[in-house]
Each structure stands twice: as structure tokens, then as C-alpha cells.
Write a protein that binds this ligand. Structure first.
Ligand code: SF4
Ligand code: SF4
Ligand code: FES
Length: 479
């Protein structure tokens, strides 16, 4: 454990650390563009320059590629360092269009931040800027603005080292350099491609879905869990801040998922997520069911609960198909209130879509439901089956073909979405979705992750946890 000195303070570094790693680990800030904690070191942007004190006046060097050595003395913010960083920023922005006013990255762009921190001066160049491709279609999902690109190569290294698609490279030299798809690869085939949008330190890599949709300072991240597969990646759902709520224009923007980004979680997904998770808005923006029904006839929730309780009380052999999208709290509530009354089986609410990747060696898992593990921990892993005398089936969540249910059995159905089956159930309850409630999922490795609500549910939509308690019909209901 070599002792080094950063800005005069003694620090115990690890043997294999770089100066950048040791500094960040001990709370010293050093700016960086090309360095990324989960990618190899490239050392091309030079903004991380620090001063190494030594005999004869010391020298300047980049922190991201400098191994620590015993007794080393580092200055992270000396006059020499600031002067060099100013020159570096002048160089990096030499051909940059400075079109921050229309850039999706504005507000979270390190180029902006470091310009203010270390440069703050207009360009000293008298040569016209080299112009480049403004909106190059990198894939069906991503647009590249070559004028904003600072050629840090993070995106290229990501495709080589993480997603392994090798789909990006650098073409040409000098100020004609361009990030481009490699000749024999398609970036469309990279199921993790959208991570480069987050990785890009500037606004060069743009999500087609998010392009010009919102300024980031109007948005707020809510911690959540991707329900796209049993990995359960930790994510942030970005949506409009309540204080910026729109009362005119399009009010739907107030309840819209504007983008989804990974929330770093070493126990689950590291800093990455797959493209399917980025498209979660499509899942949650499907038409919602918001009306309790009795055989398709709208009723209030009191009448629906009374009818369901009657069916549960009268049944001889009730069976429940438990949702693998239910939270651990909802599952526990079901077990507590109705687990002793029903024979329970965990069902898959969602199956892999045609053509969808079933699994890979990075994150994607074959079970496309987020809480199969949590549900099986309470209700076992036996596949659903019905007995000859099954006379009531409670179906919780989507994914069940009603034609497979016993023909004479009564059906209580809990579902969040507007689907034809809702009207065929004897009793139907619309229920809330993950974005409207707090809870936890347990992933396939047993890691429990929390999600928080970001939108309010409609008054007529039930909270399943409370609904199960209301449906309990007697002392024999409990587990
Ligand atoms: S597009 Fe972004 S991540 Fe890729 S090299 Fe350019 S600046 Fe870096
Ligand atoms: S790997 Fe699974 S949980 Fe993670 S983002 Fe993709 S679909 Fe969602
Ligand atoms: S961060 Fe060190 S050279 Fe780019």
C-alpha cells in the first residue's frame, strides 16, 4: 500500500491503482473525458493532467494512466495544471460547434462543465472551424453529431470491451477523424448500444427516442427496477419534475417516462443495461384498465369486492395464478390474506417476444418477468395445473389464455391493462403498475431491489396489496 501525497495530504493508495483512481477514492477531484472506470485507459483527452512534484520543478502528466509510486507528490489544481487544462480545453473545443442551446446533453455535459471550470474564454483560433456531419445515422436508435464528438473513443472501447459487438471504430486521421460503424458490423445488432449515449461525455451520441423531447433540468430520476427480465437491472426512470408540471400544452408530458438510464449496482447490472430496458415507456404507456367490471359491466370497487368475496367464500377448490410481476410486498399480502384459501401457482406473465434474445453472457436472462424468484419463494415452483373440481380461478396479471382455464370455473381477474379478457371475467379489478407504487423485486440471483413510484394511480385503480387484504373472507384465508 504505497503512501502518496495529493495536494499535500497523505493518502494510502492500492498497489495497482493509478493516480486518478487513488485521487477519486479519497475525494480529490480530477476532471476526465476519455477515462471511464469500467473501460480500458486510452489517455487521449489530456484533461486529467496533474502536476507531479519532483526535484528540478516536477512535471505535468495524465492522472488516468500514471501508476502510483511510493512517496509520489501530486498537485491536482496548481497554476501549472490550470494553465495546461485551459490550453487543453481550447484545443478540444477548436472545432466544436458550441450549439449547447439545442443539444440534448446540455445540463449534464462535462464539456460545458469543464469549459466553465478551466477555460471560460472564447476560442483563440482565427481559423474557421472544420465542419463535419451533423446527424449521422449510427443505427436505428442512435444519431451521431460528429461536430460535437471529442474523439474520446469511449463508445468504440465499449463495443470492443463490454458489448463485444466491435461495431464502432475511428475513420480518418486528425481533424477529419470520424466515429463510424465498422465495415462488416451493424450497430443495430448491438443489444447494449444505448449505453454509449450515457458514456459519451458530450452531446455527440443522441437517442432518437429522446431527441429534442425534453431539457434534462426539467426531468427527475426515480429509482426503479427494470421488469424486462429476471436480471432486474437497477434503473432510473426520468420524468418531468412536479415543479415544472405543464398545465397547458400537452399535459401527457407530466406522466410520461422520458428516458430510462442504468443506475449503477455492482450486485446486479454494474453500470449497464440492455436496449429492451430503455424502451420500458412502451410497456407502461399501453392503454390502461381503470374500471372494475362484473362480467363486463362497470361497477364500483365496493360491489366488485363484495362479489369477489362471495365467489371466494363459496368456492370448493379455488386456484390462484400468482403474478411474477407482483412486488414482494404484494406477494406477501396475497399469501397472508388468501394463501390458505387458494391452491397457488406462480405463472409467467410475459413470455419472450418473437425474435427476442433469450439470454446472453452479459445481462439478458431467459425469464422475461422481474419477480419469479420472489413469487416462487412464497408459492413454490410447480407449474400451474387445475383439478377436476376447480371451480374458481383468480388470475393475477396478464399472460393467461382464458381458453386454458377450466370451462365451468368462475374467474376473478386482476390486470393493469385494457385487454379483451377483462370483460370475460366474472369479477375484474384494474390494478396499479410499478410506476405507481413502491416495492421490491427479487432477481434470479436472490438480490432484492427497490422501486419507487413516479406517477399517481387513478382513484378507480386498486392497489393489489390492499385489495388482497380486502378480499380475505375468514380465518381460514390466511397462510
Ligand atoms: S461519440 Fe462521444 S463517446 Fe464516442 S468518441 Fe465521440 S465524444 Fe467520445
Ligand atoms: S437485462 Fe433484463 S432487466 Fe436488465 S435492462 Fe435488459 S431486460 Fe431489463
Ligand atoms: S481522462 Fe486522462 S487522458 Fe483523458
Amino acid at each position: 500500500m504505497p503512501e502518496i501525497f495529493i495536494n499535500g495530504q497523505a493518502v494510502q493508495a492500492d498497489d495497482n491503482q493509478t493516480v486518478m483512481q487513488a485521487a477519486l477514492a479519497h475525494g480529490f477531484f480530477i476532471p476526465y473525458f476519455c477515462w471511464h472506470p469500467h473501460l480500458s485507459v486510452h489517455g487521449n483527452c489530456r484533461i486529467c493532467t496533474v502536476e507531479v512534484e519532483g526535484d528540478g520543478g516536477g512535471w505535468l502528466d495524465i492522472a488516468c494512466n500514471m501508476p502510483v509510486a511510493k512517496g509520489m507528490r501530486i498537485l491536482t489544481d496548481s497554476d501549472k495544471v490550470r494553465a495546461r487544462r485551459k490550453q487543453t480545453m481550447q484545443f478540444i473545443t477548436l472545432n466544436h460547434p458550441v450549439d449547447c442551446g439545442i443539444c440534448d446533453k446540455a445540463g449534464e455535459c462535462t464539456l460545458q462543465d469543464y469549459h466553465v471550470a478551466y477555460n471560460g474564454s472564447p476560442s483563440t483560433s482565427r481559423d474557421p472551424k472544420v465542419q463535419s456531419t451533423k446527424f449521422f445515422p449510427l443505427s436505428q436508435r442512435i444519431i451521431l453529431d460528429n461536430e460535437r464528438c471529442i474523439l474520446c473513443t469511449r463508445c468504440v472501447r465499449f463495443t470492443r470491451e463490454v458489448s463485444k459487438s466491435n461495431a464502432l471504430g475511428v475513420r480518418n486521421r486528425g481533424d477529419h477523424s470520424l466515429i463510424r460503424p465498422t465495415e462488416d458490423r451493424s450497430f443495430d445488432a448491438d443489444e447494449y448500444s444505448d449505453n454509449v449515449i450515457d458514456l459519451c461525455p458530450v452531446g455527440a451520441l443522441l437517442s432518437r427516442r429522446f431527441h429534442y423531447k425534453a431539457r434534462v433540468w426539467y426531468l427527475k430520476p426515480t429509482p426503479s427496477v427494470c421488469p424486462g427480465c429476471e436480471r432486474g437491472c437497477s434503473i432510473d426512470l426520468w420524468h418531468r419534475r412536479p415543479e415544472w408540471k405543464l398545465s397547458a400544452l400537452d399535459a401527457r408530458q407530466n406522466n410520461r417516462i422520458d428516458r430510462v438510464t442504468p443506475r449503477e449496482n455492482p450486485a446486479v447490472n454494474g453500470p449497464w443495461m440492455c436496449n429492451k430496458g430503455r424502451d420500458l415507456a412502451a410497456t407502461f404507456e399501453r392503454a390502461r384498465a381503470d374500471q372494475p367490471l362484473l362480467k363486463g359491466r362497470p361497477v364500483d370497487s365496493t360491489a366488485a369486492i363484495a362479489n369477489a368475496r362471495q365467489l371466494i367464500g363459496d368456492a370448493r377448490h379455488p386456484v390462484a395464478l400468482v403474478s411474477s410481476w407482483g412486488s414482494n410486498e404484494e406477494l406477501a399480502s396475497f399469501k397472508q390474506a388468501l394463501g390458505g384459501r387458494f391452491e397457488c401457482f406462480v405463472k409467467a406473465d410475459v413470455a419472450a417476444a418473437p425474435g427476442e434474445t433469450l439470454a446472453d453472457a452479459i445481462l439478458i436472462r431467459p425469464d422475461k418477468n422481474p419477480n419469479t424468484a420472489g413469487a416462487r419463494a412464497l408459492f413454490g415452483a410447480a407449474p400451474p395445473r387445475f383439478a377436476a373440481d376447480t371451480d374458481l380461478v383468480l388470475v393475477w396479471g396478464e399472460g393467461t389464455n382464458f381458453g386454458d382455464l377450466p370451462p365451468r370455473a368462475k374467474v376473478i381477474f386482476l390486470n393493469a391493462w385494457l385487454q379483451p379478457e377483462n370483460g370475460h371475467a366474472d369479477v375484474f379489478f384494474p390494478i396499479s403498475v410499478q410506476t405507481e407504487r413502491a416495492g421490491h423485486y427479487t432477481n434470479f440471483e436472490g438480490v432484492e431491489s427497490a422501486f419507487a413510484p413516479c406517477f399517481a394511480k387513478a382513484d378507480t385503480v386498486a392497489d393489489a396489496e390492499a385489495l388482497f387484504a380486502a378480499l380475505a373472507v375468514g380465518p381460514e384465508s390466511g397462510a
